[in-house]
Design a protein around this ligand. Sequence first.
Ligand code: LIP
Length: 276
Amino acid sequence: MTDGNRPDGPPDEPAELLELAIRLARQAGALALRRREHGLSVATKSSATDVVTDADRAVEELLRAELAEHRPADAVLGEEGGAAGPADSRVRWLVDPIDGTVNFLLGLPQYAVSIAAQIDGVTVAGCVHNPVSGELFSASRGGGAYLAGRQLTGPRLVPLAEAVLATGFGYDQQLRARQAQLAARVLARVGNLRRLGSAALDLCFLAAGRLDLYYEGPLGEWDYAAGLLIVQESGAATSGLAGRPAGGQMVAAAHPELAGEFFALLEELGADDLSA
Ligand code: LIP
């Protein structure tokens, strides 16, 4: 296996993986809108506030079926169906069929299909598509981040005390209480706060300069994988705090010249340890 091509299948090239991700995200977004029009059945997962609709499951099934058809040798990790496919596959897909499910259920137009592709554990392609606005954010590693053909250049450089931060809260009540106490401490030191309800779109909005700061944790890999690549490719700095790379425990992001101050503030205020 030399140039990423497999003798028995499509090439493992970031550009090809991204092209497929974009095509599937549009297909999945259209299905999500159709399902919403026809009414939703709702169930709960880890808590009474952790909702899943039949549309989340149907959209993920569509994505899995398409990936199985186009890339049968690849592994898939999805929010609703967990991990599937050969464990030794070089390529792994991370799919969140509807990131921002609570917004989707309520009809708040801030939710998205999020699809990322990894080669040997490194995210090399990602796209986030809001089917209501029609916006599709995308990136390939080393290839930049884009929205509607326009290259994204990341968050503004403003004083921390004037910066607009986005963050989020989990489905566990006690965790949410700790996250809320942290957010109150952080809010006293930045300009303002937004809770928009989708980690994937929050990271893309940072890449597009619509937000200045972001942090949230813990998150599922499917929530942040594509958005993280997009915000990194827009030039933003990212961190998991306490010297860790951004990941499931914490994803923080800011303009490179603001990042040191912001990440240090988060550590000072205890964001690097939200565990009980
Ligand atoms: C959501 C994230 C959001 C977070 C929510 C939830 P879901 O993902 O996008 O940022 O605050 O707790 O994890 O569950 O809608 O896919």
